[in-house]
Design a binder for this molecule. Sequence first.
Ligand code: UD1
Length: 424
Amino acid sequence: MDVYRVTGGARLAGEVPVSGAKNSALKLMAAALLAEGTTRIDNVPDILDVTIMSEVLRQLGCAVGTADGRVVIDVPGSTSTETDYRLVRRMRAAVAVLGPLVARFGRAKVAMPGGDAIGTRGLDMHVNGLIQLGADVRSEHGYLIATADRLRGAQVAFEFPSVGATENVLMASVLADGETIIDNAAREPEIVDLIRMLQAMGAHIDGAGTSTLRIRGVDRLRPVSHRTVPDRIVAGTWAIGAVMTCGDVRVRGARADHLERVLEKLGDMGATITEHDDGFAVSIDRRPSARDIVTLPYPGFPTDLQPMAIALGSIAEGHSMLTENVFEGRFMFVNELIRLGASIQVDGHHCSIDGIERLSGAPVEATDIRAGAGLVLAGLVAEGVTDVGHVMHIDRGYPGFEQHLRALGATIERVSVPDIDLPE
Ligand code: UD1
């Protein structure tokens, strides 16, 4: 079993590059299915989830090549419409092929996804949206099966601005007959990125970045080259790491305007934020002050930075409340943080945090990608050694994680530790 072994005490300082967003790249890869021919996507992070999505596309019949941050996808005139249960179970984002497949081929059979254990994460909004576009959707033996002769435009109103449902309905509607209006659409920068690529492919979409999207369906789309938007969650992780360690970090290639609420909050806690043409810098020379945080869909404070924010609150000066409004199961990792000595009480979707000066190193386990990153940041400010287990979660979202941390001055290594052998 691999663990990240972190020795606390270092201050993060220096420059760190940020590559393209995982949550965008995976959907851009799915969108390639909408057009026959060769799609090129640049600035794709070198992470396990991209490998899984490449395999999903290969099993559908595409040729997929990856090298130096570029993914090249050759989509044939007709593909299989069935995804492999073992792959989709490993990564929820694979469900993004549902909309493109049913739009282009009139059929999709997609295994019910797995992925992070951060709540129940239903698919009802994806399914209802497709039904409103005229698809017949049923669930059978662990698969969702969607069929339609041709999708037709419709009014789709989401009760919550779900990122995945917005993307699936959007990718289905671009090839539907007539006009679709998506109300209460998610507005995340990754969705705007997907819209930009679809527009370049020939789709007619108005309202990018707002909660009402208006789509006029077309008969066919063409393959394009597209560059993935920078990863705001990875960038935000480095920013929070800088504040936790009283550091001075320049995050290169990031977009400060995609992290407005986060950087504002860090500024409030005592950090100095400096924006640059190609990113931003975060520095602080004293223990950060505790501040309340509420997670919300974009442009609110991102739920994906919630574990790092709780880790930050646990060493900040004073008391703070963190309220999670997006995923109900996202406090699972808090028990791990408590193993490091954090003083936290969970009550429903609120987390009450009393900041202490130093955590105390211990073995802990990552429960999902972001919890893993949060625990490593906590290890940086813990006395002694913290082993963060289940690092494959971190591999799913952070390219070159320990190399970047080491370059910033952290003491971290990836080591194999034997599992305990129980007596026969
Ligand atoms: C995406 C991101 C994830 C991020 C999340 C919210 C990817 C691969 N993942 O996940 O990192 O944390 O957005 O910013 O892009 N829900 C339903 N029914 C549905 C769909 C969603 O009840 O049909 C609920 C979910 O359980 C959750 C909430 O809506 O409580 C938000 O989910 P959603 O925005 O869809 O997140 P994902 O697309 O899964």
